[in-house]
Ligand binder design. Structure first.
Ligand code: CAA
Length: 696
């Protein structure tokens, strides 16, 4: 018998103990071990207990096996085999019973868990549906509506809630195997036999069509949640065997879909992205107290993220009034967390009374282990601040700038300790957004980089390493695809058509909606900053400058590309913008042409991929996966495509290069193909090959 399942006979009860660290994923050895264990138990025991060694019950199928040939026994067969055992089979659950893990538990006849355990069917987050009976057995226990909610959200359900829903039979404090054995003994003592969920009555029919439509809408192109609803529907109409077969067919279609590949790429790489080979064995510096320079939206958001991760924070503003306003901003955000039930009143009081202070004096930073500057985005301002930090901060303190564009080498040069300086680029609102770009300058010491990543982990961010360039990874790529959108506008598309096309692609928002949200003055300032060094061949749209000159900065002024009415969510297209665009086209002698949704999406994505390939080719991002995670966690890129470079792999790089070359016939300055892309196509390789260590 495989070592992945340990077998032990304890009196009348055979214990099948999973031992497949770290999370007891249900790989081939575990599945065959379960079957073998069950067979042996049926020859010598009266009941079977399935339990996990280590930190958890089964956390799911082994995701690493997806996309490889399926090895028998498959998980659906294992669950059915367990369900059909003549002996009562009991699950004792601790940690997480997720996906295939919960499906195994649903195949067993009785389920007990410790109170801290969590169960759930999160398969839709991997682009698939529960394919081992989850869509058939769960609704028989909880009803179709609840099953739809759990499966389409993929949420983790706590043991007490699972008990209430009928997923668990008992919840008991204690060591998991001990409570499982005692429960199994009670079942034997009571003379209870197998109780197969699959033989329970079918769930009642609910309004599946409405649920399907809603899931399609919410999914923004992701098909797994809606497909799962059709599978649950099968449970209402079919017996268990036919229902399982229906589920299997839908599951296999999803398993072989590009969306599953994109989602699994996201799953593994959000974990891989912060593990840098060069930081192996490099200890981060100790950080318990940090300073934040600036109490505006960004500074306050960073302060809150730090406070919520247990750090002490000193905020510095230019005078007492500004310090007070900054402190109020911090307090307001934290109060919001209290209102949403994420923070208790006691914790709020403790933070504001003991762990947070605002000051107008840099001297207050003497004890700070790390300081994050989030002041006005101008080099002169940054240099003055860093000179001050150099003066007041203790030796070994890490000095970070939250700049979004500026040269971190130049900022570092304004101190006498370049090795301690790096960029920590948060995304607004900083206490919500997951992405943190860790910008490594020429002289940044490895343990300072490690400290940046350690801080990211404390704050539960997705931290990505970036080199120094204008805009780093994310904003540099954003600038390029936004420019592509502007070119399409000049040539005949409307900003509203582009937003519609890109939300249909799966983005949370289109580029013009994003601009309105961020404030149009930001882009305006960047354009002015870059104007002196702009290449004469660059096509620049100026209608947005005219909007800014008229004081239209987007949502904050009530008008931008869209008009925003007080109290209403979202905006309506501003006709004045259309007039400005038409005037600019006339001035430039452009006869506008129609753009289909497909063409808008293709050009926009080609621009993004091409710039991303340049960012990787230049070493600004070390690996394609770094770019993918930046776009997923900072820019609303649809997760089911895995990121722009995974998307590109899935489309075929040769087709993308060919399209870029054809667009270059109109504008060979903007559409210069990335050399890395050309090399990959020539070698017949993908971006993902580079993630795996290949070179071209
Ligand atoms: N398969 C393979 N590897 C897995 C895995 C799985 N199901 N779940 C986690 N791992 C790996 C992670 O990649 C990670 O590896 P590295 O250390 O090499 O990076 C390691 O296990 C530990 O994982 P985390 O860092 O995520 O640990 P955590 O304690 O923060 O979280 C967890 C643990 C909640 C179980 C989380 O890992 C998780 O959510 N895993 C996925 C669970 C899931 O989606 N299960 C459903 C699988 S699909 C399925 O079962 C299909 C079906 O119906 C047949």
């Amino acid at each position: 018998m495989s070592n992945a399942i340990e077998y032990e006979l304890k009196g009348d009860i055979a214990v099948l103990r999973a031992n497949n660290p770290p999370v007891n994923a249900l790989g081939h050895a575990v599945r065959s071990g379960l079957i073998a264990g069950l067979e042996r138990a049926e020859s010598e025991a009266k009941a079977v207990l399935i339990v996990g060694a280590g930190r958890t019950y089964f956390a799911g199928a082994d995701i690493k096996e997806f996309g490889k040939p399926l090895l028998e026994p498959g998980l659906p067969g294992v669950c059915t085999r367990i369900e059909r055992s003549p002996l009562p089979v009991i699950s004792a659950i601790h940690g997480t019973a997720l996906g295939g893990g919960l499906e195994v538990a649903l195949g067993t006849h009785y389920r007990i868990a410790v109170p801290s355990a969590k169960v759930g069917l999160p398969e839709v987050h991997l682009g698939i549906l529960p394919g081992a009976g989850g869509t058939q057995r769960l609704p028989r226990l909880v009803g179709a509506d609840k099953a739809i909610e759990m499966i389409t959200s993929g949420r983790h359900v706590s043991a007490p809630e699972a008990l209430e829903l009928g997923i668990l039979d008992e919840v008991e404090e204690g060591e998991v195997e001990a409570i499982g054995l005692a429960y199994a003994q009670r079942i034997l003592d009571a003379g209870l036999g197998p109780r197969p969920v699959g033989q329970m009555p079918r769930p009642e029919v609910v309004d599946f069509d409405t649920a399907y439509e809603a899931a399609m809408k919410r999914g923004r192109g992701q098909i797994a949640p809606a497909t799962a609803i059709r599978s649950i529907e099968g449970a209402c109409h079919k017996g268990i065997d036919a229902g399982l077969e229906h589920e299997r067919n839908l599951f296999m279609a999803l398993l072989n879909s590009p969306q599953r590949e994109g989602m699994v790429h996201a799953f593994f790489n959000e974990r891989a992205v912060s593990k840098l080979p060069e930081l192996k064995g490099v200890a981060p510096r100790e950080v318990s107290a940090i300073g934040v320079i600036g109490g505006g939206t960004m500074g306050a958001g960073i302060a809150v993220a730090a406070l919520l991760s247990g750090l002490d924070v000193t905020m510095i503003e230019r005078d007492a009034d500004a310090a007070k306003a900054g402190a109020e901003r911090v307090s307001d955000i934290l109060q919001g967390s209290v209102k949403r039930g994420k923070l208790t009143n006691e914790k709020f009081d403790a933070i504001m009374a003991g762990r947070f202070r605002a000051s107008d004096s840099y001297e207050a930073l003497g004890d700070a282990d790390l300081v994050i500057e989030a002041a006005f985005e101008e080099m002169g301002v940054k240099k003055t601040i860093f000179a001050e930090l150099d003066r007041v901060c203790k030796k070994g303190a890490v000095l970070a700038s939250n700049t979004s564009y500026l040269d971190v080498n130049e900022i570092a040069a304004s101190t006498s300790r370049r090795a301690d300086v790096l960029g920590l680029h948060f995304f607004s609102p900083a206490h919500v957004m997951k992405l943190l770009e860790i910008v490594v300058a020429a002289d940044t010491a490895p343990d300072v980089v490690a400290t940046g990543f350690a801080l990211g982990k404390m704050m539960r961010k997705i931290a990505v390493r970036s080199g120094v360039c204008d805009g780093f990874i994310g904003n540099r790529i954003l600038k390029t695809y936004r420019t592509c959108a502007d070119h399409m506008v000049l040539d005949g598309a409307s900003p509203f058509e582009i937003d519609t096309a890109m939300t249909a692609f799966g983005f949370a928002m289109g580029p013009f909606e994003v601009a309105d949200l961020a404030g149009l003055d930001i882009g305006w300032a960047t354009r002015k900053r870059l104007a002196p060094t702009r290449d004469a061949r660059e096509r620049v749209a100026t209608y947005a400058d005219k909007m800014c000159e008229a004081g239209h900065f987007g949502q904050k002024t009530g008008q931008g590309y869209y008009v925003y009415e007080k109290g209403k969510r979202g905006g309506t297209p501003d006709v004045n913008v259309t007039a400005l665009i038409e005037a600019e086209r006339r001035e430039l002698g452009i006869t506008p042409r129609a753009f289909s949704q497909d063409e808008i999406q293709r050009r926009y994505m080609c621009a993004m991929v091409n710039e991303a390939a340049k960012v990787v080719g230049e070493g600004i991002a070390r690996r394609p996966l770094d770019v993918d995670m930046v776009l997923l966690f900072g820019y609303g890129f649809p997760r089911h495509w895995g990121g722009p470079l995974k998307w590109a792999d899935l489309q075929g790089l040769d087709g993308i290069l060919a399209d870029i070359q054809s667009y270059a016939k109109e504008d060979d300055f903007f559409w210069q193909p990335a050399q890395l892309l050309e090399r990959l196509v020539a070698a017949g390789k993908t971006f993902d090959d580079l993630n795996k260590g290949d070179t071209v």
